[in-house]
Design a protein around this ligand. Structure first.
Ligand code: HEM
Length: 213
């Protein structure tokens, strides 16, 4: 990772991996929303995602995408802090930039913690656990019976929404798509996408938690 010396190169890697992760999140949300439609439809889609050879290969690409995105994010933040250890005296961050843009490393690292928990309980459980007594759908319904677990998920989805709100437009800017006419449209699309992601995933967790009461 130290090979990527230029900050422009690092930003491009962040942007390309970010856009790839955005497409994964869109697909993942679409599959997971099937839990609200029918247990069979979700189990079939989940089984397909867990066994299709192309998707299996893409899982390695996805893991690499996550690793690069996280490593570059940490490196970029550290380099920025080294370059400016003392903040500008006249900097008024709240007026000049959004909360999401100033806290990308914080929301990003908290999403990483969520991912560790999520991979352990879903991916690992489905691949290596004893799933003989339950389907993927039952795994989802069982996990969301726990209020603390549901709360951690809801909190993470809100953080993900903020992370995506800045990340979406920033990724387009880093790959050079910066235009007075299109940038506001990209920002709007990013906001709509982030809200759909946060509300969509939250609706699944809340639905199964409330159904278990
Ligand atoms: C209600 C919310 C969610 C549910 C019910 C859910 C469900 C699942 C399930 C069932 C799997 C295992 C798929 C398989 O291996 O067959 C999985 C894997 C995974 N999930 Fe989620 N997920 C949710 C939210 C998220 C979010 C918000 C992210 C990303 C920020 C995410 C990232 C991943 C990753 C990286 C994997 C491993 C790769 C894969 O198996 O496709 N998930 N999830």
């Amino acid at each position: 990772m130290a090979l990527i010396q230029s900050s422009i190169a690092r930003k491009i890697v962040m942007a390309v991996t970010g856009l790839f992760l955005i497409s994964f999140i869109a697909l993942h949300l679409a599959v997971n929303l099937l839990t609200l439609v029918s247990a069979d439809a979700f189990n079939e889609a989940s089984h397909f995602m867990g066994t299709n050879p192309f998707i299996q290969i893409m899982q390695y690409v996805l893991a690499l995408g996550f690793i690069l995105h996280i490593a570059m994010g940490i490196q970029l933040t550290m380099k920025n802090r080294q370059a400016r250890p003392v903040a500008y005296a006249m900097n008024k961050p709240a007026e000049n930039s959004s909360w999401s843009s100033r806290n990308m490393i914080v929301t990003g690292l908290l999403i990483l913690l969520f991912l560790v928990l999520h991979i352990k309980d879903y991916f690992w459980e489905i691949k290596f656990g004893d799933m003989s007594m339950q389907s993927d759908f039952e795994l989802v319904t069982t996990l969301f019976q726990n209020p603390l677990y549901t709360f951690i998920y809801l909190f993470s989805f809100i953080l993900l929404g903020f992370h995506l709100d800045h990340g979406f437009q920033s990724a387009f800017q880093s790959v050079g798509a910066n235009h007075y006419k299109y940038t506001p449209l990209i920002k709007l699309l990013g906001r709509i996408f982030s809200v759909i992601v946060a509300i969509g995933f939250s609706a699944i967790s809340l639905y199964f938690y409330l159904s278990s009461l």
